[in-house]
Design a protein around this ligand. Sequence first.
Ligand SMILES: Nc1ncnc2c1ncn2[C@@H]1O[C@H](COP(=O)(O)OP(=O)(O)O)[C@@H](O)[C@H]1O
Ligand SMILES: [Mg+2]
Length: 308
Amino acid sequence: MPQEPTPRQHTLTRSVAVMNQKGGVGKTTTTVNLAAGVARLGRSTLIVDLDPQAHASLHLGVDAEADGAPTIYDLLLDPEGPIDGAVRDARPNLSIIPAVVDLAAAETELADAPNRHGRLTRVLERLAGRFEFVFIDCPPSLGLLTLNALGASREALAPMQAHFLALQGLGKLFETVRLVGRGVNPRLRISGVVLCMHEETTNLAREVVADLHAFFEGARAEDVPWKSARVYTPPIRRNIKLAESPSFGKTIFEYAPGAPGAQDYAALAETFVREWDAMLARRAGGAGGSAAPEIVVPERADAARAEA
Ligand SMILES: Nc1ncnc2c1ncn2[C@@H]1O[C@H](COP(=O)(O)OP(=O)(O)O)[C@@H](O)[C@H]1O
Ligand SMILES: [Mg+2]
């Protein structure tokens, strides 16, 4: 049941780059439905569509190509430009800055521009306090747009499928995050992976999930951005309703509220909000609030549940 918008100002924002250089792994589906799930829990949420294919915008029924209002393309070219028309109310508690195909040209148009990696950071600075959660839907590459997303986020979240070579693909992604962390955004962390189109019953999926857990556990003592990363629960099961809903411009909660896809994204949104609230509570009660807020290492119970 959607709740009333929360008008309060947020001193901290959970900004999440939903990234994977591979296409078709579930980035857009996760951005839209996780964000919608968080909004339904009463949290003010913004989606930034950073993919020139504009799938996240269309998934919410926003066609910026047709209405001519400013988009993320305009804001990346001029981060000080008019911002209010670009931020659209899409649902209760859920806004979006949409994309258009022109965004593909931004990569070259900004190639020699000053602060070309920090443009989205500036845009989100201008919106500080308005949103508690920001989800950025990245294109399937590690180019300038994704680098802008990583520069502007506190976390990177990687949707993936439990396939052979999945871990290999993650390696490159993690290395990119590490490099961005060393350069423009030292607070950037990898919060974890979301398993999409998941088929829990296959041995392959089980093996990949076990490998992921082992990989993350092995990094707990290291000084790497994925030292606190987790395999989020629940995994998102393969569900045809999730594939159908975008063409109707609807979230899964609107299109098929009783479907497994709606259950999974609702539960994932709860995990996400609970984790954030716990971090805020620790910070409020913690040592003077001087240290950068950390994401805690997840409990092993999560892993047990994922395997159950
Ligand atoms: N859990 C799922 N079950 C069934 N189809 C899915 C699921 N998640 C995503 N899809 C479909 O798979 C395709 C790729 O997903 P998408 O989110 O667009 O990936 P990406 O943004 O990474 O390219 C889309 O057609 C989408 O509707
Ligand atoms: Mg996509």
